[in-house]
Write a protein that binds this ligand. Structure first.
Ligand SMILES: [Cu+2]
Length: 126
């Protein structure tokens, strides 16, 4: 296993060394996004307002303190975005989605719709 690990590290180092040249040429514009964590708790998301960039992912993570069941449901989104809806999940679970269109995304928990909601603003890449 040590040998395999060393090989992987070597591959990683090589890729890293090549990357700056690729960027400098302008041939490849990377669209790899970041992942932003959102906590799911007993009847709120934290944070309830989030701004990300196109291509970023949001990873909703149910906290260890969660006693109730919650979900993540896309209530409204920019035109052309396919609605998503997690299963009802509990402590220790997570649900991840990549956001690829700019605009405003409204998220609700269908079990606590009145109080448990959040807004995500997706901005174009600068
Ligand atoms: Cu809920």
């Amino acid at each position: 296993m040590i040998g395999r690990k060393a090989t992987l590290m070597l591959v990683g180092a090589t890729a890293f060394a090549v990357a700056p040249a690729t960027l400098a040429s302008g041939a490849t514009k990377t669209t790899k996004g970041k992942t932003r964590k959102v906590g799911v708790h007993d009847n709120y998301y934290a944070p309830s307002k989030l701004t990300v960039h196109v291509g970023d992912s949001v990873d909703w993570t149910w906290g260890d303190d969660v006693e109730d069941v919650h979900d993540v449901s896309l209530k409204s989104a920019p035109k052309g975005v396919k609605k998503f809806h997690s299963d009802p999940l509990a402590a220790g679970d997570d649900f991840k989605r990549k956001l690829t269109k700019p605009g405003t995304y409204k998220i609700i928990c269908t079990f606590h719709e009145e109080e448990m909601k959040m807004t995500i603003t997706v901005k174009k890449k600068p």
